[in-house]
Design a protein around this ligand. Structure first.
Ligand SMILES: Cc1cc2nc3c(=O)[nH]c(=O)nc-3n(C[C@H](O)[C@H](O)[C@H](O)COP(=O)(O)OP(=O)(O)OC[C@H]3O[C@@H](n4cnc5c(N)ncnc54)[C@H](O)[C@@H]3O)c2cc1C
Length: 323
């Protein structure tokens, strides 16, 4: 039996941030992930300056692709905006592996299936035992599924479905484009360049609204690809996107039960407006670590609910920052 004070399930941004903070605090922890890193994670890989700050990321010494956008191009059916807002792009394949390694925590490749409570401890698959358990396994996190789903079911209407692809591409336009509500999509589509010739394109929208309209996310993917080709942003080629679904922030969820916590996508914390989940994953992972190491409350206050300040965007529109 492998014992640790804390076991973290999942090595994405939530899990690795939690491990990083626990290691700093000198708390014995072990991280389990079903994948061997680096691993593919479907994600546009767009991060905010807040993520950079929370992770104390020294951009100059970050060894992988990192691109900064001084402006974004927002395309609405009726208006285009170019708000000034510093944002960055990374590749999750590189970023997650780097964060996990930086955490300094021991990592084992193991797919968690079964969790039992026994004598004030958690027993995992009969092989691992811990006093504190952090569920950071994303949408299908087994900690959420076994301990939190019944007391805190997820609201179907908060579910987002996506299709996306990241691939080597000699892109012509190095700017980041976002199309909102295009072709009736209840969400947005994106074109996010990465440094050194990688491109990420995708579509995401609310599953329930697509279903109500008898609409299909695949049709929106085809529409995006056709549009990018017409605009000369993409050359005609066969593209096979991958799909993933997750949840945006809804009513307050139960995120702690005894010594078990859930963080990041396991807790459904992506922002309501843009479905960005990396920032909330990092913050919640850090907070879970603080709760364990320092006995602070594990609450979600201060974890961003929205990506953008609507007033600033409106001001940007009023100032006619169009293109
Ligand atoms: C197409 C798409 C585009 C997105 N674009 C952005 C974006 O640009 N910016 C942004 O901020 N957010 C974006 N998001 C959301 C963001 O990717 C997630 O919110 C974020 O990855 C959540 O981090 P996490 O650590 O909670 O979970 P994850 O990153 O999903 O990590 C969970 C980890 O748990 C492991 N795991 C799962 N099950 C088990 C198990 N049973 N046993 C052991 N390990 C397990 C997985 O292998 C994985 O490594 C996007 C999401 C999608 C799908």
């Amino acid at each position: 039996m492998r014992e640790a004070e804390v076991i973290i399930v999942g090595g994405g941004p939530a899990g690795s941030s939690c491990a990083w903070r626990l290691q700093r605090e000198g708390v014995d922890c072990l991280l389990l992930d079903k994948e061997r890193f680096p691993r593919t994670k479907l994600c546009a890989g767009w991060i905010t300056p807040q993520v950079v700050a929370d992770l104390e990321l020294d951009v100059a010494s970050y060894p992988h692709r990192f691109l900064t956008f001084e402006r974004l191009l927002f395309h609405f059916p009726w208006l285009g905006l170019r708000p000034r807002t510093v944002q960055h792009s990374i590749r999750r394949y590189e970023f997650d592996a780097w964060l996990l390694q930086r955490s300094g925590a021991p990592v084992e490749q193991h797919r968690v299936r079964d969790i039992r409570e026994q004598d004030g401890h958690y027993l995992i698959d009969g092989r691992y035992r811990c006093r504190y358990l952090v569920g950071a396994g994303g949408t299908r996190c087994p900690v959420y599924r076994q301990l939190f789903r019944d007391p805190s079911p997820r609201a179907k209407r908060k579910q987002v479905v996506t299709l996306e692809l990241e691939f080597p591409c000699d892109y012509r336009d190095p700017r980041c484009h976002l199309w909102f509500f295009d072709h009736g999509l209840p969400g947005y589509s994106w074109y996010v360049p990465k440094a050194d010739g990688y491109l990420n394109i995708g579509v995401g929208g609310f599953a329930s609204r697509l279903k109500e309209r008898n609409d299909d996310i695949k049709a929106h993917w085809q529409h995006l690809v056709g549009k990018l080709e017409r605009k000369g942003l993409l050359q005609k080629q066969d593209l096979n996107p991958g799909g993933y679904s997750y949840y945006v922030r809804g009513r307050p969820a139960t995120t702690r039960l005894g010594n078990a916590f859930i963080a990041g996508d396991a807790a459904g914390l992506a922002t309501k407006d843009m479905a960005e989940g990396i920032g909330p994953a990092v913050r919640s992972g850090l907070r879970a670590a603080d709760a364990i190491a320092r006995g602070t409350d594990y609450d979600l206050d201060g974890i961003e609910r929205r990506s953008f300040d609507r007033r600033r965007l409106l001001l940007s529109a009023l100032l006619q920052r169009r293109y």
